[in-house]
Design a protein around this ligand. Sequence first.
Ligand SMILES: O=C(O)c1cccc(C(=O)CC[C@H]2O[C@@H](n3cnc4c(=O)[nH]cnc43)[C@H](O)[C@@H]2O)c1
Length: 255
Amino acid sequence: MTTRTSDTGQPGLPQARLLVVVAVEPEAEAVLRGLGDDARPPSVPLPGGVLHRARRAGTGIDVLAAGVGPAAAAAGAATALALHRYDLVVPAGIAGGFAPYAPVGSVVVADAIVAADLGAETPEGFADVTALGFGTVRHTPPPAAVLATAGALRAAGLAVATGAVLTVSTVTGSAGRAAELAARHPGAAAEAMEGFGVAEAAARHGLPALEVRTVSNAVGPRDRSAWRIGEALAALAGAFAALPYPELLKEVPRG
Ligand SMILES: O=C(O)c1cccc(C(=O)CC[C@H]2O[C@@H](n3cnc4c(=O)[nH]cnc43)[C@H](O)[C@@H]2O)c1
């Protein structure tokens, strides 16, 4: 049996109200660097990943590295959410950007978190699970939180796009697949592999999700030489340095 705590269980550390979920440690380090909290307590190993504990302006922020892909992300987020109380969950990390909206190095704040390959192929084309009569393929972050975040990041001089962030289980590697996704999701800004899993876990705990991504590569034909992971991690640190937190929580509906 697990006990859900309303505090951090660590003396002197404020309650964490924001859970940031990334895939891998370099992303967690970038987020923590952006938050500027060097003197942080030891990280906590969880069944679903490693939970890093930070703080800002008297409130706590937990950063969980949960692994790559929607299943690992959902499992990790669900573990953290079962153990601690949060107000907002933020899937974050690097992503592929759709041209022309999200060039390499830019930030994307998702106005929709969409499971883009959760469904079935039919003679008429792809049918998502909602069309098939099961569940949902879309979570909508609180619009006021999207606006506040995008506005603060722009004010800090970052290049920011808002649009759908697609969650895929297979990284796009061809122009054909990129065109198919763009046609199915007009205006989509980015694709990554975890957001929908995290948002599903959050929704089951009655919490909203706000996805923040920085672009390491273009969605399209595979070209490993064109990845700019260092640039995207630097942008991720910049985005979390400028995150309007804890003010952002005012824009989040409370359950
Ligand atoms: O092998 C490849 O061609 C390839 C191209 C881009 C990314 C990968 C990854 O394995 C990274 C997965 C990791 O990073 C996020 N990410 C970054 N870029 C993308 C993308 O274009 N499409 C989907 N996910 C991307 C993702 O969220 C994972 O955490 C391999």
